[in-house]
Design a protein around this ligand. Structure first.
Ligand code: CA
Length: 451
């Protein structure tokens, strides 16, 4: 009996030791994030892509097939060629992980492997390291000017889930469409509300969108009609992309969540408000939301965002135990939305910040899996519209122009209640601290007239 207990104690100790080592390896300071690092590759001032960022994407050129690239300043590093030239030795990756039209095989290798990969790339690009720098012949092969490449869809998205996690946004929508006195539905402060979206219509920044058609109800006392949407809107969101999760039946805790998130991108979850208003009862969004959702091309790793962690808004009432968390779980990411009418200049219509989100990503992932639902490598999770506390920080036209009652003035003198044909909507985002700016570039899409 005693010896059985002793064995069990020892195996518990061994388990705890191994667990602590794993946690240590995963969370030790990330070498690539050192704010004092500089690169031998020229990085223009105010670039979103200094050596502290190193986001991953898929690119091609006239000569090169689609492959994994990492952005640095105004250049892209070709990881396939870097591998072939022998710079990726003693890492967990094979040629096919880089010689691929999606990041999924690379993400399949998990957090520890991708962290080591980013650290290796950082080392190769550091000003004080000449392994790659000294080989001009190699540099000419692996470093390509960003204006000579075409970006491709970075991830083969399996499932797409969209949350509704901004208290300001949910309150504004509740005030407009329900009851100002009870703007938030009773479940909102208890549950990170979400719905299952559609992955097939998630598209890359730059791809134009046809104005959607559907059933709309012009007035409460009229029958519905079939029409092109008259209330086409954007939703300012960010999204995170997952590594492989746990098997069906298991849950990911808030403490574990970051180990299952590869990175983030900008996300415009296009919405047709008039279609939405008529269709959404009782099962929620359907055709008002699934005609297009645009993502930015570069996936910024959660590792690169680590230095920009901030507190989340305080949560009241106290959340249920599986939604409790420790430490900083949000990120200070400045966001802006601009409208660029055809043949005209941009007008900035909103400035918001990711840190306003009431429910954080760890809580979203914990909630998503608490019933045993499995997430897989390459799943996309939208934050929900990110509205700030002030009228100029709202994340949708619905709120900015308050249901069309306060049209927005464009710099060219025109007005907008919603998005017009041939308007381009552009979202940008970046974090900044200690003289380091880590950005996402932009997500842009033009609205074409209905087909
Ligand atoms: Ca949305």
């Amino acid at each position: 009996m005693l010896s059985k207990m002793a064995t069990s104690c020892i195996s518990d100790l061994t388990f705890n030791f191994l667990y602590l080592i794993t946690i240590y390896i995963l969370h030790m300071s990330i070498a690539a994030n050192n704010p004092t690092l500089t690169s031998w590759v020229n990085v223009p001032a105010n670039s979103d892509f200094p050596i502290q960022n190193l986001p991953f994407g898929i690119f091609k050129t006239h000569q090169l097939t689609p492959r994994v690239g990492v952005r640095i300043g105004d250049h892209v590093l070709d990881l396939k060629t870097l591998y072939v030239l022998g710079y990726m030795e003693n890492l967990s990756f094979e040629l096919s992980d880089f010689d691929n039209e999606f990041l999924n095989p690379l993400m399949k290798k998990g957090k520890k492997a991708t962290r080591e990969l980013r650290n290796r790339i950082s080392k190769l690009l550091r000003a004080d390291q000449d392994d790659l720098q000294k080989n001009e012949h190699h540099v000419a092969q692996v470093l390509i000017s960003a204006d000579q490449i075409e970006m491709c869809m970075p991830v083969q998205i399996g499932d797409y889930t969209d949350f509704y996690s901004s208290k300001e946004h949910a309150t504004n929508v509740g005030v407009m469409f329900r009851d100002p006195a009870n703007a938030l539905l009773p479940n909102w402060l208890w549950i990170p509300v979400g719905y299952h979206g559609r992955a097939s219509s998630v598209i890359l920044s730059g791809q134009s969108i046809y104005r959607p058609k559907g059933q709309i109800k012009p007035a409460d006392d009229q029958d519905p009609i079939f029409s092109a949407s008259r209330q086409l809107d954007f939703e300012l969101e960010m999204a995170f992309i997952t590594y492989d999760g746990k098997p069906l039946g298991d849950s990911i805790s808030t403490g574990e969540a970051e180990d299952y998130i590869f990175g983030m991108c900008l996300f415009n979850d296009w919405s047709a408000r008039d279609i939405q208003k008529w269709e959404y009862v009782p099962l929620g969004p359907f055709l008002a939301k699934n005609f297009a959702s645009s993502i930015s091309a570069w996936i910024v790793t959660l590792d690169a965002l680590e230095p920009f962690k901030v507190e989340t808004p305080s949560q009241n009432p106290e959340v249920l135990s599986y939604l409790k968390f420790e430490g900083l779980k949000s990120y200070d990411i400045n966001l802006e939305v601009v409208i660029e009418p055809e043949n005209s200049e941009e007008t900035t219509i909103s400035r918001s910040n990711f840190k306003y989100m009431y429910w954080n990503m760890a809580q979203q992932l914990a909630h998503h899996t608490v019933n045993g639902c499995n997430v897989r490598c390459g799943d996309l999770m939208g934050s929900g519209t990110i509205s700030g506390p002030t009228e100029d920080s709202y994340g949708s036209m619905l709120e900015l122009a308050w249901k069309g009652t306060k049209p927005l003035k464009m710099n060219d003198g025109s007005e907008r209640k919603f998005i017009l044909d041939n308007d381009t909507v552009i979202m940008r985002g970046y974090s900044s601290k200690d003289g380091v700016r880590v950005g996402f570039g932009e997500v842009a899409a033009k609205i074409l007239p209905a087909k």
